[in-house]
Design a protein around this ligand. Sequence first.
Ligand code: FMN
Length: 184
Amino acid sequence: MKINPGDLDYRDVYRLFMSAVVPRPIALISTIGENGVFNLAPFSGFSTMGLRPSLVHVNIGRNRDGQKKDTLVNIEFSKDFVVNVVNEDMGEAMNQSAAEYPSDVDEFKEVGLTPVKADMVKSPMVAESPISMECKLRQILEFGEFPDSNNVVLGDGISERGERGQPFCIKEIFQDISHFRRGL
Ligand SMILES: Cc1cc2nc3c(=O)[nH]c(=O)nc-3n(C[C@H](O)[C@H](O)[C@H](O)COP(=O)(O)O)c2cc1C
């Protein structure tokens, strides 16, 4: 079967692309807003890219109303973010953090996770995460047209805290695309 993504509607392109690259690990991204409020949200459209420089990329779509997600707004403000790997114990909190909370709500408090001061960035780390990578914003790219536009955020991974060399002990969890909860 041959499929041209350009012929599909948004939801079907989502299903096609999400099921083409699996398993999909989840980055719980923590940020701080201009109002000083901490934010959390899961993103499976992320990966590391190269070693020198040590780049991380995250793909951030728009909210249903076409507005920017709080994660993007916060990264534009603070010029940094933290990628926290999600393990089994954090699964429920990660899922809750995907809800569209107002930007003045501290999502750490809402979902029951613990913020820890990072060493090199303003954004907080998640204490419960087995691996947290502090990232400094390098560039934000924009693709597509409003309201379907999406941004690719490139960050330099400048500090990592975690269980080094024991990847199979982390019990990392992956996005289950058959349990489609919300659009990108
Ligand atoms: C497992 C999972 C993976 C997700 N991956 C992405 C993603 O890669 N890109 C994206 O824009 N949204 C993704 N989302 C949706 C966002 O987490 C959601 O829109 C969230 O409300 C954004 O929060 P914010 O406004 O606080 O940034 C994902 C949600 C879940 C549950």
